[in-house]
Design a protein around this ligand. Structure first.
Ligand code: SF4
Ligand code: SF4
Length: 304
């Protein structure tokens, strides 16, 4: 086998039980998200902050916010009821790394009580370089970064501001900092041997053509999967205040871009843009069976 084939096989082994990363696994294994991270440190023009983070989760949904203790209780209840539950992710409702205490406390509780559940996290990347060591210590081996641009001039049209080191940055400067931090984070994940998936939101007329370049850059920096998602632009999701009137791509446009980018690296085509409190197999949503009111009444049955 060539070194590349050996490397690919190692990655395949690591993702074989992860429903989001493996096409095969998503029919057999379940995942859940817990919504413990309310704050966010950047503004994406397509995000309405009344709803969950639109980078990893389904836009237009409001998840029930939990404390780390409530979240850990919920995970143990659900792991007892859904034996195929292999993965626990934190994806919102804001940015998990803009809420490091809550996010890492939740992971710690779950790692102690249910060490066989795989942990993953998604982020806009702004604070990622500061937390790669912590992520490694906690054995979180899957991280998703949303990268919508590798050129701050494109970024400027997507991000009106960021908040970094207690200061608010706007325009080109904001996009420049975000870009540098995302690249630094991606690099650090690779050095720490933590699997990294990249999400990109395809916004017609803003970054659609540019995403081919994003794909090349992230691939060269070690991301193992690129997930290009359509901008979901619907009036019921509220106003995308910076991109009012902005349309999402058609399924044909999305597929054409995914085909263009597929190159050597696998493209993820089965992402369902799940809720920040999603529960179950990817095609199903059982979140309403486990609302806070309901799961707090249930005793954890998980055997650990
Ligand atoms: Fe909204 Fe997520 Fe962007 Fe923050 S990172 S502004 S929560 S879409
Ligand atoms: Fe998986 Fe996509 Fe759902 Fe995240 S949003 S759990 S990557 S299918």
């Amino acid at each position: 086998k060539t070194p590349q084939e050996v490397k690919d096989q190692k990655i395949l082994d690591r993702i074989s039980k992860h429903p989001c990363y493996s096409e095969e696994a998503h029919h057999h294994y379940a995942r859940m998200h817990v919504a413990v991270a309310p704050a966010c440190n950047i503004q994406c023009n397509y995000c309405n902050r009344k709803y969950d983070c639109a980078n990893e989760s389904r836009p237009g949904v409001v998840s029930e916010l939990l404390t780390p203790e409530e979240a850990a209780h919920k995970v143990l209840v659900i792991a007892g009821k859904i034996p195929q539950m292999t993965v626990l992710g934190i994806a919102g409702p804001g940015d998990p790394l803009a809420n490091p205490e809550k996010t890492f406390r939740t992971f710690e509780l779950i790692a102690q009580k249910a060490p066989d559940i795989k942990l993953c996290l998604s982020t806009n990347g702004l604070m990622l370089p500061d937390y790669v060591d912590r992520i490694k210590q906690l054995n979180i081996d899957h991280v998703t970064i949303t990268i919508n641009m590798v050129d701050p001039k494109v970024g400027e049209k997507i991000y009106p501001w960021i908040r970094y080191n207690r200061k608010r940055y706007k325009g080109l400067e904001a996009a420049q900092i975000l870009h540098e931090r995302q690249m630094e984070g991606l690099q650090a994940l690779q050095e720490a041997d933590i699997l990294c998936k990249v999400n990109s939101v395809m916004i017609p007329g803003i970054n659609d053509e540019h995403l081919v370049e994003v794909d090349e850059v992230i691939r060269s920096k070690g991301a193992f999967l690129h997930n290009i998602m359509p901008l979901i632009s619907a009036p019921e999701h509220g106003t995308y205040f910076g991109l009012t009137g902005q349309r999402g791509p058609t399924p044909k446009e999305l597929k054409a871009l995914q085909d263009k980018c597929s190159g050597n690296m696998k493209m993820m085509r089965h992402c369902r843009q799940c809720r920040a409190d999603a529960v179950g197999l990817l095609g199903e949503d059982r979140s309403q069976e486990f609302t806070k009111e309901k799961f707090m009444e249930m005793a954890p049955e998980y055997d650990f």
